[in-house]
Ligand binder design. Structure first.
Ligand SMILES: NC(=O)c1ccc[n+]([C@@H]2O[C@H](COP(=O)([O-])OP(=O)(O)OC[C@H]3O[C@@H](n4cnc5c(N)ncnc54)[C@H](O)[C@@H]3O)[C@@H](O)[C@H]2O)c1
Length: 279
């Protein structure tokens, strides 16, 4: 019961990875604030946890809306007083070739995946600072596409790079306060990610296009090790508590992207070598 008496705030908690994290932390005794745009699902998740004796509240919120996330933080403060672990987990997907993605596609994916993470940290940082003791963590959900980008994913991949860049600076800025920042890199998961992304898109931005051909092109281009790429969300979180306890900066859930990471790092180091050879 490592998290007995602690408060964990999770965005995107109505489904998939967020819901799996909710199960994980609640099994360790944590109280949970579950945030999601999907009211029905997040309420159902909180009710199921409460039925098992967990102190869980559900808040319906669009993380793209700073005022709404601030209101959620006020509700969490009222109920729990503080936050010990903040999981900024929401991310939406919008496939599309570079010349097919619309201005609305770009701004929506960025408003949720990048600004949504920033809004979440902005709103909950004072509550992390309120926490009286023990280890405090911010966990940002990135993606294995950071290591292995594929075609038709420019909008999504750009946001996950932004999340990682933001997280690197956040870690540096919070280090002196003892607040740990980790980034999670899931590979493919058997979740509702595609359908929940379509559902979460505001109607005024136009329908989200989801074409099987885009997904197939992405899979073919990304050099994905299909044997290890896909897992359940429960499997993806199996080592999360240990990784957080050890304050690991990067958490790989599953999938084998070592080859791609080595190739990219080698290319960058080669660029330094060429520069050094031509001072
Ligand atoms: N599923 C995958 O293959 C995969 C792979 C790598 C990374 N990820 C990342 O994992 C995270 C969780 O995704 P998942 O696979 O569990 O998907 P999921 O759809 O099962 O869960 C995501 C939840 O986020 C909610 N949501 C969507 N937009 C929202 C918004 N604007 N405000 C608040 N809530 C919103 C949805 O309603 C849904 O309940 C995302 O950041 C995603 O990018 C997923």
């Amino acid at each position: 019961m490592e998290y007995q008496g602690k408060t964990v705030v999770l965005t995107g908690a109505g489904s998939g990875l967020g819901a799996a994290m909710a199960d994980l932390f609640s099994a360790e005794g944590a109280g949970l604030a579950l945030l999601d745009i999907d009211e029905q699902r997040v309420q159902a998740k909180a009710a199921a946890l409460r039925a098992g004796g967990v102190d869980a509240i559900a808040i319906t919120v669009d993380v793209a809306d700073q005022a709404a996330v601030d209101a959620a933080a006020a509700a969490v403060e009222k109920h729990f007083g503080c936050c010990d672990v903040l999981c900024a987990n929401v991310g939406v997907q919008q496939f599309g070739a570079i010349d097919k993605l619309t201005a609305n596609d770009w701004s929506w994916v960025h408003s949720v995946n990048v600004l949504g993470v920033i809004h979440t940290v902005n709103a909950f940082l004072p509550l992390l600072r309120n926490s009286q003791g023990g280890s405090r963590h911010v966990l940002l959900t990135a993606s294995s596409s950071y290591f292995s980008p594929g075609v038709r994913m420019a909008a999504y991949v750009a946001t996950k790079y932004a999340v990682v860049g933001y997280g690197e600076v956040l870690r540096m800025e919070l280090a002196a306060e003892g607040i740990n920042v980790s980034m999670l890199f899931p590979a493919g998961m058997e979740t509702r990610h595609l359908e929940s992304s379509v559902a979460a898109r505001p109607p005024e931005l136009g329908e989200s296009m989801l074409n099987r051909e885009d997904i197939e092109a992405m899979m073919a281009s990304a050099d994905i090790d299909t044997a290890s790429h896909l897992a359940t969300a429960d499997y993806a979180v199996r080592n999360l508590l240990t990784e957080l306890r050890d304050r690991q900066p990067y958490i790989i859930t599953h999938g084998n992207y070592r080859k791609q990471v080595e190739a990219q790092q080698r290319a960058v180091l080669d660029a330094f070598d060429r520069m050094a050879a031509n001072p």
